[in-house]
Design a protein around this ligand. Structure first.
Ligand code: HEC
Ligand code: HEC
Length: 356
């Protein structure tokens, strides 16, 4: 019995001495912060994302945005009553379907990759070739597009919406000054108002706003490489893109060049293969890449840009660094914002689905 007791006393004494000696030592040095290598002067071409993109007429009411969200998820805006905006621009997967091109009405494939709707409202124009001015004008396209939602005409769409009293009431609240609130244009305005909220700030925005610990040293090195090789000439601003057009293959002809790009619209040969420079926000999640969706791998897309846009083959090291930086642009999405809404039930007046 005596031996263990003595041992205990010794142990207690030792612990006491240890504790005392510890507390008298200076506080441990603070955890080392990542070394900041980016100078503020290197960031002037970039900007944080706005919280939303207000329409020309000012901020939208909550009623308008809520209606827009319902319409975004509304498959009865399609002929088969199976396809909504969310089918090709799934908000749960960063606003894309991750397909090279999307299945529309009767499984028909479109000819271009579905871009994300997140942050799209901040682009200077909509679509790969800029054929719609803003998200409101854009939203009028897919519903009547025969390979997308395939509705035959605007009045048919209005008829569907008017067949459900809950929609009539919601349009009336969202457009209180309109004599006839349920119109095709108002449908597009409401969807646009919802899309103007779909912004995805990321660690990059925190960094731009002054939190120098928001990026790891590796990610900061990636940004430096992104700038040094010349990506910034086309991918800058708040979206890292989305603010002008450029030719795909400006330094060296791009191997896949069957799409005329803007020339389809302008009939100008100089616009052959010219597309909107896409935003790089969330690009980690929005593959496959390019207007034709034929490049599944982000590293490959980065290498292609070096080769065809810059005429500068990138080393594996540079490619990896740039991809590391691009992943910083993956934003956070408010789960409430994208939660699918409850849609009103069809009535006896609602037209039946037509899969033909
Ligand atoms: C069948 C698939 C499909 C459906 C349904 C669909 N879209 Fe799209 N969307 C696309 C494709 C493909 C493009 C690119 C077409 C192009 O640029 O020529 C596109 C482009 C867009 C863009 C432009 C984004 C950018 O970066 O320029 C927006 C915004 C958009 N769609 C919103 C919508 C809305 C709102 C709806 C519902 C009213 C909708 N889409 C329905 C496939 C679809
Ligand atoms: C001269 C202008 C220009 C330069 C420089 C440039 N890009 Fe691009 N980038 C574009 C255009 C235009 C597209 C769209 C091409 C298409 O799909 O037709 C694009 C597309 C992309 C895409 C695919 C995005 C998507 O959603 O499909 C990525 C990724 C990309 N660029 C990254 C980079 C990187 C990284 C660099 C630097 C190594 C770079 N770009 C340099 C103009 C440029």
């Amino acid at each position: 019995m005596r031996k263990p007791a003595a041992l205990l006393v010794v142990l207690l004494l030792a612990a006491g001495i240890l504790a005392a000696s510890c507390s008298s030592e200076p506080a441990p040095p603070p955890v080392e912060k990542p070394k900041v290598t980016i100078d503020p002067s290197e960031l002037t071409a970039f900007a944080p994302l706005p919280a939303e993109v207000p329409a020309a007429g000012g901020a939208a009411t909550a009623d308008l945005v809520a209606l827009g969200k319902m319409l975004y998820f509304e498959p009865r805006l399609s002929k088969s009553q199976k396809i909504s905006c969310n089918s090709c621009h799934d908000l749960a997967t960063y606003g894309v379907d991750n397909q090279p091109t999307s299945d529309g009405h009767k499984g028909q494939l479109g000819d271009r990759n579905s871009p994300t709707v997140f942050n799209a409202a901040a682009h200077f124009v909509q679509f790969w070739d800029g054929r719609a001015a803003d998200v409101e004008a854009q939203a009028k396209g897919p519903v009547l597009n025969p390979v997308e939602m395939a509705m035959p005409a605007e009045p048919v769409v209005v008829n569907v919406l008017e067949s459900m009293p809950e929609y009539v009431e919601k349009f009336t609240r969202a457009f209180p000054n309109d004599k006839k609130p349920v119109t095709y244009d108002n449908m597009a305005k409401a969807i646009g108002a919802f899309e103007r909220k779909l912004m995805t700030p990321s660690r990059w925005d925190a960094f731009l706003k002054g939190d120098k610990t928001a990026l790891t040293p590796e990610e900061q090195a990636g940004f430096k490489t992104f700038v040094a090789v010349g990506c910034k000439t086309c991918h800058a601003g708040a979206l890292l893109g989305g603010s002008f057009y450029q030719k795909l293959g400006v330094a060296k002809p791009f191997p896949r060049s069957s799409d005329p790009g803007r020339a389809k619209l302008t009939k100008d040969d100089a616009d052959q293969g010219v597309f909107k420079v896409p935003s790089l926000r969330n690009v980690e999640k929005t593959g496959p890449y390019f207007h034709d969706g034929q490049t599944p791998d982000l590293d490959q897309a980065v290498r292609d840009m070096g080769e065809y846009q810059l005429g500068r083959p990138l080393t594996p090291e540079e490619t990896k660094q740039i991809s590391d930086f691009l992943k910083v642009l993956t934003g956070t999405i408010d789960p409430e914002l994208i939660k699918p809404p409850v849609l009103p039930p069809s009535t006896s007046r609602t037209p039946k689905p037509d899969e033909k």
